[in-house]
Design a protein around this ligand. Structure first.
Ligand code: UD1
Ligand code: CA
Length: 463
């Protein structure tokens, strides 16, 4: 399989995902465990995709039906490994689906933080037929395969911890498991593996010594950032990986010119695009796709999902924003809730304990305190008094409220939808509006205040 745009061979990722992940103590297969709200496997698929690689082959086994169902409709091929006989055996199951001249890139469903730049560099090292192997230097190599070098410093093999001598166990250069190699050679090597080792498994790692024996050039590529090759076996490591991922994403924002009051206290579970001079306070959680315009501010402990915040807007502390659009220079919160379909035009203000759903708030309009605005259209320059409610639901259907430009709605008004308030209309506080309030007029829909002259309070009867 050759890439039609260039003469370079295509890169085909093989993603091992057949292991059970016992230590997770979960009924969910390990590679489907969520990391920052996406399954581990999806992170690996994303890295492969960013590389511009060909359709990957995912090797499934334990919990295979669930993994396969998860991958349904996606551009991936599946290989089944009925019994987990080792990493070499797992790779062998995938190779028949891959053309001989392609470069196979072996990845792991439980190593989710691998960066596409690292993979690009690794694959490039295999383009001339060499075996490119990703290693990493760690302080604690426990459980990992050690890289063996001869006296001249050339790599000669990999030894698994359980097969290693005490001296070999002291080595800090370890195998990440990730490698790139022409498919034809790899096919031959994995077919020749034996399971004559401490675990009785077919070790993929033995291919390295085979390459050396055949004088195939071996290029060891050192992964500079050990965080990228963190493997996940239990929930402690899963939590650690999430913190690491958040930190990597926070670093990305810092590099783009975003101010983070504390990069360690920020959760990015989706994708954040931010302009210059954005400031993000502590404890903020981002989900889905969020865009933050130049100079905007997100206050402490706010949760923003799938929303757009335009330049200069402020989302104050403890606000929850989902599926909303916040216009330039708007102020939201503290303690505001914008639900899907909330659209605030430039300069609008939505204050504390205000909920807005499927409603647009026009240019410079204010809903400052304790209100519910649902299924409504508010014009420009509207002022909504504290405690105003759009009664949008009659128990069966939702109805719309329309409020014209510059209308003033007195506090504690109930707008029983469908209902319309005209431009420049004023509605007296405490009104329950069930019919249209005409433009320019004062409408009151409440009991009139009366005073009973000379009224006396009752006095207590004498016994
Ligand atoms: C493997 C490497 C080790 C390396 C370490 C890095 C081998 C022999 N050892 O060890 O050198 O330092 O990874 O984390 O390769 N898998 C399958 N089918 C199998 C066996 C494994 O799909 O039959 C998958 C597992 O789901 C897992 C991955 O391959 O995602 C690694 O397997 P695991 O058994 O955890 O290998 P390690 O012993 O950690
Ligand atoms: Ca492992």
């Amino acid at each position: 399989m050759t890439d039609s745009r260039s003469e370079r061979p295509s890169i085909v990722p093989v993603i091992l995902a057949a292991g059970q992940g016992k230590r997770m103590r979960s009924s969910v297969p390990k590679v489907l465990q969520p990391l920052a709200e996406a399954p581990l496997l999806d992170h690996v698929l994303k890295a492969a995709e960013a590389l511009g690689a060909a359709e990957p082959v995912v090797v499934i086994g334990h919990g295979g039906e669930r993994v396969e169902a998860h991958l349904d409709g996606r551009a991936v091929r599946i290989a089944h490994q009925a019994q987990q006989l080792g990493t070499g055996h797992a790779v062998a199951q995938a190779l028949p689906q891959i053309e001989d001249d392609a470069i196979v890139l072996v990845l792991y469903g439980d190593v989710p933080l691998i960066g596409s730049q690292t993979l690009r560099e690794l694959a490039a090292q295999a383009s001339d037929g060499a075996l490119a192997w990703l290693t990493v230097h760690v302080d604690d190599p426990t459980g990992l395969g050690r890289i063996l070098r001869d006296d001249g410093g050339s790599v000669v093999g990999i030894v698994e911890e359980r097969d290693a001598t005490p001296a070999q166990r002291g080595l800090r250069e370890v195998n990440t498991g990730i490698l790139a190699m022409r498919c034809a050679m790899l096919k031959r090597w994995v077919a020749a593996l034996d399971c004559d080792n401490a675990q009785g498994e077919y070790y993929l790692t033995d291919c390295l010594a085979m390459a050396v024996a055949e004088n195939v050039p071996v290029r060891v590529h050192r992964c500079e950032d050990p965080r990228e090759v963190l493997g996940i076996n239990d929930r402690r490591q899963l939590a650690e990986a999430e913190r690491t991922l958040n930190r990597m994403r926070a670093d990305g924002l810092l590099a783009q010119g975003v101010t983070l009051r504390d990069p360690a206290r920020l959760d990015i579970r989706g994708n954040v695009e931010a302009g210059r001079d954005v400031e993000i306070d502590v404890g903020v959680v981002f989900k889905g796709r969020v865009t933050l315009g130049e100079g905007c501010y997100v206050g402490p402990y706010s949760v923003l999902s799938d929303c757009a915040v335009a330049a200069g807007a402020r989302v104050e502390a403890h606000s929850v924003v989902e599926g909303a659009e916040i216009g330039e220079g708007c102020t939201v919160g503290p303690f505001a809730r914008l639900r899907p379909g909330a659209r605030l035009s430039e300069g609008a203000r939505v204050g504390n304990f205000v909920e807005v759903k499927n409603a647009s708030v026009g240019l410079g309009s204010k809903v400052n305190h304790l209100s519910y605005i649902g299924d409504a259209t508010l014009g420009a320059g509207v002022n909504i008094g504290a405690g105003t409610i759009t009664c949008n639901y009659d128990g069966a259907n939702k109805h719309h409220t329309l409020i014209g430009d510059r209308a003033f709605i007195g506090s504690n008004t109930a707008l029983v939808a469908p209902v319309e308030v005209g431009e420049d209309a004023t509605v007296g506080a405490g009104s329950v509006l069930t019919r249209a309030a005409p433009p320019g007029e004062l409408t009151l829909a409440r009991a009139r205040q009366t005073t009973i002259q000379g009224w006396q309070r009752p006095v207590k009867r004498k016994e």
